[in-house]
Design a protein around this ligand. Structure first.
Ligand code: ADP
Length: 484
């Protein structure tokens, strides 16, 4: 992005198709227990090599980059092996990072946000903190399986040798920043607050949580820093290999959710409340492949050709254990609440999309959001380029939907944050930095009958969700603390 907030270059690497040797699906390894989910850390390293090579080949002049920042999927953790810090400081620009960092990680497959295998560790943490509510008072959240502290506790207990061999633990975001910095990068406050470890009032690691997770863990984590911190200049590796300027600054990286908010220019202007769902884009892709001939165009046509409310057919599509609610499996219902084993392809597409958005609305309302006149929905992510999906979103929420031009708000937000890092040195606020950015555009308004159709449907959805949850409960992590 240039100084006028214009995007000058975009590029990407698809893990599954461009790095097939790592055998991921949707960028992850789903383990046999259906709870453990991980990504090979060297795949991320190799992806960065590939991405920078592509950018160079496309003619990007790295010497003009004054600052860089980035984001990583929240909660995931990277375990640097003893000696890796020295390796990072002396990277040979004639070799790629993948070659150079082969031996630098004590855990080769990093736990990621989709993991829900640390139930025991969550229970232990809550017990140590004095209950779920007390833990939420300290860290902002009750214990979640995917949150980094619980994942770290699991690694420590189940792989003690690998854990002992680690000299530093990064989040995915601070890991990526470390590569650019040539040194261990600090964790920023925003991403740090998704770990069940940070005291959100003192903005330092909570003693109680550290003690319960792993004694002296603070030494492995380093001190957290404000999100707009300049961490230092880019490592000489990038100067010599790609032609970055020696004074190019690395601004703290953050999680994909806070970066996305920054991309929507909501950085410091709102109090952030996150409700997470696992079965989103990837589940839509599966249904697209099975019911719409693997084409988004056909998927959209199915939404156009089916009525609001889907004639009473409804579905829950939890390919992997969902976060909100903690349920798994596919459950379809006819208008009389009878469970069905299949739906026609077009009806299935609408059942999926309506179900996903009914769930978003139900759980947003349970968190205290209310849909009132003037409510706007801001959509981002890959699917926000799909008008038909956004129409269903608008109808279900009975509110207008807005998007920004670029569907990748996490990347855009990272570029804004890099600029803010530069400007913050002279006291300029984030809101001032993004003043010139274009406003989100209106892309869908609700159908006149939407309120009536989905008002009723939402109540039914809540009832059926409870039924689905009852069916899952014996297999799921107990939901005793879900109400938080
Ligand atoms: P996410 O939106 O899940 O955070 P990305 O922002 O990386 O992920 O966007 C990639 C996703 O966008 C893909 O997984 C794909 O499912 C979805 N996508 C891309 N184009 C379309 C489209 N036209 N309609 C619906 N979904 C789309």
């Amino acid at each position: 992005m240039d100084g006028n907030l214009n995007v000058v270059h975009q590029n990407n690497v698809q893990f599954d198709s461009e790095l097939p040797e790592f055998r991921t699906q949707g960028g992850v390894h789903l383990h046999a227990d259906r709870l453990t989910v991980s990504s090979p850390v060297l795949m991320w390293v190799k992806a960065l090599d590939l991405l920078l090579d592509k950018m160079k080949r496309a003619g990007l002049d790295f010497s003009r980059v004054r600052a860089l920042s980035g984001s990583g999927q929240q909660h995931g953790s990277v375990y640097w092996r003893r000696g890796a810090s020295e390796t990072l400081k002396q990277l040979d620009p004639d070799q790629n990072l993948y070659q150079l960092l082969q031996g630098s990680f004590s855990v080769s497959d990093s736990p990621v946000w989709m993991d829900s295998s640390s139930r025991q560790q969550c229970q232990d943490l809550q017990a140590a903190a004095g209950g779920a509510l007390r833990l939420a008072e300290i860290t902002g959240s009750r214990a979640y399986e995917r949150f980094t502290g619980n994942q770290i506790a699991k690694v420590r207990q189940t792989r003690p040798e690998d854990y002992q061999d680690a000299e530093r633990i990064s989040l995915v975001s601070s890991f990526a920043a470390s590569l650019f910095l040539g040194d261990y990068a600090a964790i920023d406050y925003s991403d740090g607050s998704g770990m069940n470890l940070l005291d959100i009032r003192t903005r330092n690691w909570s003693e109680i949580c550290l003690e319960a997770t792993s004694p002296h863990l603070d030494r492995l984590l380093g001190a957290p820093v404000p999100s707009e911190s300049v961490l230092g200049p880019v490592s000489s590796y990038f100067v010599r290999r790609y032609g970055f300027c020696e004074s190019c600054r690395v601004v703290a990286f953050t999680g994909d959710n806070p970066a996305s908010l920054a991309g929507m220019r909501l950085h410091v202007c709102v109090c952030m409340c996150v409700c997470s769902f696992k079965n989103g884009s990837l589940t839509r892709e599966r249904i697209r492949n099975e019911c719409a001939g693997a084409s988004w165009e056909n998927f959209s046509a199915a939404l156009r050709d089916t009525p609001l409310g889907n004639n009473g057919n409804m579905g829950f599509y939890f390919d992997s254990m969902e976060i909100t609610p903690p349920a798994v499996g596919v459950h379809r219902f006819d208008p009389d609440d009878n469970e069905l084993s299949s739906l026609s392809p077009q009806v299935e597409v609408r059942a999926l999309v309506e179900g996903q958005f009914l769930s978003r609305r139900l759980h947003a309302e349970r968190l205290g959001y209310s849909i009132i006149p003037g409510t706007r929905v801001l959509a981002t992510g890959g699917a926000s380029s799909n008008k038909e999906i956004l129409q269903v979103l608008s109808d279900v929420f009975n509110a207008p939907v807005y998007t920004i031009d670029l569907s990748n708000s996490a990347c855009l937000g990272s570029a804004y944050r890099a600029l803010h890092g530069l400007a913050a040195e002279s006291g300029v606020s984030f809101c001032d930095v993004v003043k010139k950015a274009p406003d989100p555009q209106l892309v869908a308004t609700p159908h006149p009958t939407a309120q009536e159709v989905y008002g009723r449907m939402l109540k039914r959805y809540a009832r059926l969700e409870e039924r689905v949850l009852q069916e899952t409960r014996p297999r799921s992590m107990a939901a005793t603390t879900d109400q938080l």
